[in-house]
Design a protein around this ligand. Structure first.
Ligand code: COA
Length: 332
């Protein structure tokens, strides 16, 4: 097996201070702390205020990751932002983040991979660095999901939260540490199971008609149980393929870091992969589903509390709207 092309040299995160608990949600929609906890594992999530944009959050996480890597914003060659909640449709959120951070020497662009976007970004960065087009990359996952949920729809509003996470990747050394395997996949035929209609309806030539968009306007629409089954199937596949590609087995994995969508999806993925829950990172109880931010935020927290050490083997697995799914094995 050839050695890794890139390694992660810095990690950062940013979450809003405002905590929205399940008991507060009980007063907003017909739900209960007991239902949310048992069906999803979520106890609370963070909600950004009106003035805070996805770009603001991404820039804060990005600066923290650069600081961790010992780099300045001007040092960044490629600035990749994964988001499903852009503040505006033009320009790319990455360009807004670039301006906020002062990363004036970077090429900046977005990746639309929903919850899988950050892992797609890692793959793209690996390609850019591997072909010599960039010396480093800053990959940010930032989401203001509170701005696209239907606050009257109990089946989705309880699931999502706001957060941003970021990592810096640089060329790997020859010590075997870095991103040792990656896998990416999509299936657009399942796009109608989890989507967000455009503000002008599905036909942009027709004037805005909220009725045509259905209850809740252009907010997230989801067929929960179907998404659940696909998520488990795809994450299991992704975990298996990346591990095999890395020449490793479940027993070699120090920490499985799955996308935090539902504790039952996490448990099913871990069980199939043969990794006991004491080697699985879980923070869904505190943040809910933060889409593309979920894995970099998890890496940040796991490292901060000592669960990731030099040489630790991480298995990262994500799934999202598209459908999209991906995985990576990292020797830290
Ligand atoms: N509070 C109370 N009851 C709720 C509820 C809520 N917040 N949301 C849904 N329910 C109700 C439903 O209306 C349904 O009631 P009914 O039986 O009277 O029709 C019942 O709970 C069961 O609903 P169902 O959708 O079958 O529940 P579930 O066990 O599949 O859990 C999800 C629902 C959304 C939590 C689960 O399907 C899920 O997590 N899916 C994947 C979502 C996801 O991860 N999306 C992002 C992917 S990146």
């Amino acid at each position: 097996m050839k050695g890794p092309i890139v390694r992660m040299s810095g990690v950062g995160m940013w979450v809003p201070e405002r905590v929205l608990t399940n008991s507060e949600l009980e007063k907003m929609v017909d739900t209960s702390d007991e239902w949310i906890t048992t069906r999803t594992g979520i106890k609370e999530r963070r909600i950004a205020d009106e003035k805070t944009t996805a770009a603001d959050m991404g820039a804060r996480a990005g600066l923290a990751a650069l600081d961790d890597a010992g780099m300045a914003p001007e040092d960044v060659d490629a600035l990749i932002v994964a988001t499903a909640t852009p503040d505006r449709l033009l320009p790319a959120t990455a360009c807004d983040v670039q301006a906020m951070m002062g990363a004036k020497n970077a090429v900046a662009f977005d990746v639309w991979g929903a919850c899988t976007g950050w892992l797609y970004g890692i793959n793209i960065a690996q390609g850019l660095i591997g072909t010599g087009q960039a010396r480093n990359a800053l990959i940010i996952g930032t989401e203001k999901l509170s701005s696209i949920v239907d606050w009257k729809d109990r089946s989705t509003v309880v699931l999502f939260g706001d957060a941003a996470g970021a990592t810096v990747v640089v060329p790997a050394a020859t010590d075997g540490r870095g991103v040792v395997a990656t896998y990416m996949k999509s299936d657009g035929s399942l796009g109608d199971l989890l989507f967000r209609p455009p503000a002008r309806g599905l036909n942009p030539s027709i004037p805005i008609d909220v009725v045509a968009l259905g209850e809740g306007g252009n907010t997230i629409k989801m067929a929960g149980p179907e998404v659940f089954k696909s998520a488990v199937r795809s994450m299991c596949e992704a975990a298996e393929i990346a591990l095999k590609d890395a020449g490793l087995t479940a027993g070699d994995v120090d920490l499985l870091i799955p996308h935090q969508a539902n504790i039952r999806i996490i448990e099913a993925t871990a069980k199939y992969a043969g990794i006991p829950m004491d080697r699985v990172w879980v923070n869904i109880d505190r943040y809910g589903n933060t889409s593309s931010a979920s894995i970099p935020v998890s890496i940040y927290e796991a490292r901060a509390c000592g669960r990731i050490q030099a040489g630790s083997v991480l298995l990262l697995v994500a799934f999202g709207s598209g459908f999209t799914w991906a995985s990576a094995v990292v020797r830290w």
